[in-house]
Design a protein around this ligand. Structure first.
Ligand code: GLN
Length: 195
């Protein structure tokens, strides 16, 4: 398959590159609009959604990425990346914007602040048990009808989706790049190569 892009403006860039390496998939760092040319798949890493949103504007990537999304770009959106893909964001900054490419409502920092970070075993549909690392994670509060829920987590107040997929986008509240388990990245690669 072609190289998978990794949005390299801020956040867990190296960790995603190394997960792709471990799967034998080459990666291409995306920092300016020209880097998007010819890409069929992109990882939007976790980090800080407001910082990434700001850098998307200053790098000139904001609109070209919107166009690539409407042209069918596949995306693995983790944590802050998920916030940027969501159709609805609550508890965002007053100037928070997102691409509305994935029909989910997320609450920013919905599992609490940095100090409330946690790990939890997750039962992922078609994959099995995966350790979810949640760091100031967004909480998915609702999903649209075209979005499948692949894993949920009950944080003491009922099960909420933590891994979802639409036709071309996988959204993940946790950080699959922070463990040595590459199965979530593999799920994404399978999605790209099977279409
Ligand atoms: N809470 C962060 C944000 O709003 C996301 C945290 C993360 O990516 N680990 O961007």
């Amino acid at each position: 398959m072609r190289a998978v892009g990794v949005l390299a403006l801020q956040g867990d860039v190296r960790e995603h590159v190394s997960a792709l390496n471990n799967l034998g998939v080459s990666s291409a760092l995306v920092r300016v609009p020209a880097d998007l040319v010819g890409l069929e798949a992109l990882i939007m890493p976790g980090g800080e959604s407001t910082a990434i949103a700001h850098l998307l504007k200053t790098s000139g990537l904001k609109d070209p990425l919107a166009n690539a999304l409407s042209d069918g770009l596949f995306v693995l959106a983790t944590c802050a990346g998920l916030i940027l893909m969501a159709s609805n964001v609550s508890d965002g900054r007053s100037d928070q914007w997102s691409y509305s490419a994935l029909d989910v409502s997320v609450r920013r920092n919905g599992y609490g602040r940095q100090i409330a970070s946690f790990e939890a075993p997750l039962d992922v549909l078609g994959v099995g048990e995966v350790t979810g690392v949640f760091i100031r994670a967004p909480r998915i509060e609702s999903v649209g009808t075209d979005v499948d829920v692949l894993a949920t987590h009950d944080h003491g107040d009922g099960a909420h989706p933590v891994l979802v997929r639409s036709e071309r986008i996988i959204g993940c509240c946790f950080h699959p790049e922070l463990t040595s388990d590459t199965r979530i990245h593999q799920l994404f690669i399978d999605m790209v190569t099977s279409q």
